[in-house]
Every structure is written in structure tokens, then in C-alpha cells.
Design a protein around this ligand. Sequence first.
Ligand code: ZN
Length: 296
Amino acid sequence: MEQRLLGALEAGGTKMACATGYANGTVIECTEIPTTEPAETAAAIVDWFSDKGAAALGIGAFGPTAVDPASPRFGQILETPKTAWRYFNLLGSIAGPLGIPCGYDTDVNAACLGEASFGCAKGLSSAVYLTIGTGVGAGVMVNGQLLHGMLHPEAGHVLVCRDPRDTIGEHSGCPYHDNCLEGLIAGPGVKKRWGGKRASELAGDPEAMDLLAGYLAQALVTYTLCYSPKKIIVGGGVADHTPIVPLARKKAADLLNGYLVTPELDDIDSYIVNNSLDGKQGVMGCLELARRALEA
Ligand code: ZN
């Protein structure tokens, strides 16, 4: 079969990763465009793709965003703290001018799809992909379908129990919740607690890592119990540049306390893992979204 060039757009709150590639996940060309004003950013994206000749585009967008094609807001960014982007029609402003089929989902669902199509979750029908960076987000695949529901999972904001050792103060790094995972372990919460430091600067601090891994473990247990995934993959800067994933793995096993007995949990080192695609899981998942849009 002829290989058709596909486009991928990983639309983030600070940068837009644009790429071309093929349905087998090969990335041919890529660039990054800073996320500024919506119209200006969308125009720069359209400009980059306009002479590439991609047959379809897959977009993985920062959320919350409307991913249900039946929704009147399909393709719009929703109630984001980035107010200029609120209700901006990201999909329409790019798909319209390019005039090619476009697949659209959340950035984390796209990354989950990337790992399930090309990475460590290949062949698995159910998986959770968690990213921990400036925020926390989760993509969820259940029975081969990316989970949407009424909106899409926002499992980065699951509530966790405060560790009594935590010095972060009453309010966490999340403006909505004092005790959610994102507020306690993402970049802003880390900076608030440790005098402006980044998680990567604290990677050698056993107490700091123990605290963060404890919160992550609580969330991993929740995902395990609620989504019953066959694998949980953790990416993002905080996870990539610290040992919190292996630390949280052991704590999650302790918290589960033998309640679930499955072959996957028997091999927990292969069950809770770091991302396997070297940070490209989002872009590669967008290529798969593009392939699906072309076939639809
Ligand atoms: Zn929150």
C-alpha cells in the first residue's frame, strides 16, 4: 500500500509540536511553534502544514476540550485558565484552511494511543497514560477505545490524602483543589513547596522523592481500581527526570495490599512504567489519529 504522508499536532499550553510522518509512527519532519494568542498560533500552524502535502492531520489538544463529534463545541478549547483560548475553535481554525481530514482528541489520549499503537502498550486493549509536568493529565483506553464519556477523563485532579510531612501549606499548586494530585506533584506545587525549585533539581533528595512518589502511588491505585488498565505508563518532565515512577510502583503495591491478584500486578515492574517512546508518544499518537481520520 502506498505510504501517505500524515500530519501530527500536539497542541500544548506552552508550545505546539507539529510533525509529519507515516502511519507506522515514523516522524519525518518536526517543528515547535510557541503557544501565544489563539488566532496567531493557529495561523502559524496552518502556515507550517500548508506546503507539506499531508493527507490527514491528527490533533492532540490541551484540555479541557470538547472531543465528542456530536457536541456543538467539538474541537473547542473549554474552561482553560488560559483565558484567551477559552472557547477557541482549535480544530475548525486548522482543519478549515488545510481542507484535509482531521482526527481530534486530548493530548493525553493521543499519547495513550501512541503507546498503545507503537510503544510499550502495543497490543493491549486497556491502558492509562499519565503525564506529570506543569500539570497532570491522563489518557485512558478501555477495550480499544479512547475514553471520552461526558467530556474526557480529568484524572490528574483526583483527590489524594495529604502526607502529614508535607510543608506546602493550605493551598496546593492547583487553583481549584487543595488536595488533588496535580496540585501536589506538578511543577507549580513543587515550586511552591520547595522555594521555586523544579522536580528535576530535587531528584537526588530522598525525602522529596518519597513525598511525591507517595501522592503518585495513591493516584495509581485509584486508576488501577477504577479503570482496570492492563498497563499504566507515566510520562512528562517530572516523571522523566526523577525516580518517582519506580518509587511509586512499590508504594502502589503496598497500598493495594494484595487485594487484586492478576498476572499484570504480579509483575508490577512491567505494569507501572515510564514512557517508552522517548517523549514522542504524543506526536506518534497524533499520526495514528490522522491515519484513522483518513480511513473514516
Ligand atoms: Zn486540581
